[in-house]
Ligand binder design. Structure first.
Ligand code: SF4
Length: 344
């Protein structure tokens, strides 16, 4: 598979990790982008399972950089800086293996086969002869331990993973058919399309709030809007508590209103089915009351923050999950609205 084709399946954090890897190769004047640079890219990309796992195992950016520097000096492989850097065969294998890991693992979790940072990390430790694995060994980290930590983070559970030597034997929760029913439910409630997605593919960013603060006019007027709605940082922390979500799409002018009702109803159905953590994000400001009661919500079971109001980059999130969305320049442009229901 061509590299561009592989990267199409990558989530925004995984793409950023790849970009950081290229920067690290430049920093170390490597002739190619190697697996050791991918390791540094994964540490630098803070929004992901891989960074959490590596941090938990004590692999900091500074320690890894120092070790790579030491190995390069020992081998004396630095050459003149090339005009552009290709991927080393080892790093290419990491990208390909990450795609295979996602293809094998995600269906068991009821998720589409996107490639996230944890799949890159699994791809990284798969090749026992790689430069990245040499760095991990030098830092006192067992690659098999990395694999177990990743599976644990993905929902395998410490008690389960502790007894399981290989990923293939891990029992993972939430089979795909069980989750598929929420796609049908979303459509029954009025969505044109819906997908089961990983909450890790939902992009949050600090700049999103600026659009509410300076481009909306609704700042501070509703309980569901900033500054009362969750900050991007809070939303990120919340998203990381979940493994499964439904992304709901409704095209058509003004349909942000129907999204709100669909996700509120879907959240209720998901909750009543036993997923007690169910929570919805809609689209646009709450319009359930003419004037918002800023002291206490009049419709607490229905009023939910918009994705944007909670710091979610809706454009990046929709695109990362294969949905259409473009800037609406005038009324002739197609309009696409999105809502999100966190399941468990
Ligand atoms: S339901 Fe009413 S009180 Fe609650 S957030 Fe919406 S407008 Fe405000």
């Amino acid at each position: 598979m061509a590299q561009g084709e592989i990267l199409q399946r990558f989530t925004p954090p995984a793409i950023r990790a790849v970009q950081y890897a290229k920067e690290e190769a430049r920093r170390f004047q490597g002739n190619t982008v190697g697996s050791e640079h991918v390791l540094l890219g994964l540490i630098r990309e803070q929004e992901g399972v891989a960074a959490r796992v590596l941090e938990h195992l004590g692999v900091s950016l500074g320690r890894a950089q120092n070790e790579i520097r030491r190995q390069i000096e020992a081998m004396d492989t630095r050459g003149p800086a090339p005009a552009s850097r290709s991927w080393s065969p080892g790093a290419r294998r990491v990208l390909e293996r990450a795609t295979e890991e996602a293809r094998e693992l995600n269906p068991k979790l009821g998720l589409p086969s996107f490639v996230d940072t944890e799949h890159l990390l699994l791809g990284l430790v798969h090749d026992s002869d790689s430069a990245a694995v040499r760095v991990l060994h030098a830092l006192g980290v067992d690659p098999e331990h990395v694999r177990r930590e990743v599976i644990g983070q993905l929902g395998g559970g410490a008690a389960v993973t502790a007894t399981l030597p290989k990923m293939e034997k891990v029992a993972v929760p939430a089979a795909a058919p069980e989750m598929e029913k929420w796609i049908d439910a979303a459509k029954r409630l009025g969505a044109a399309e819906a997908k089961m997605i990983s909450p890790r593919s939902v992009v949050t960013a600090p700049w999103v709030r600026l659009k509410c603060q300076y481009g909306c006019g609704g700042w501070g007027l509703r309980l569901t809007c900033p500054p009362r709605s969750p900050t991007p940082e809070q939303t990120r922390a919340v998203l990381d508590c979940y493994t499964t979500a439904v992304l709901v799409h409704v095209p058509g002018e003004g349909n942000w209103r129907s999204i709100k009702q669909i996700v509120a109803d879907l959240e209720r159905e998901v909750f009543l089915a036993g997923h007690y953590k169910a929570f919805a994000f809609g689209s646009g400001p709450c319009d359930l009351c003419e004037e918002c009661n800023l002291e206490a919500c009049a419709h607490p079971h229905q009023a939910r923050p918009a994705m944007e109001a909670a710091g979610i980059d809706v454009f990046a999130t929709a695109r990362a999950n294969g949905f259409p969305i473009e800037v609406v320049r005038d009324h002739t442009c197609p309009q696409n609205y999105y809502g999100l229901v966190l399941v468990e």
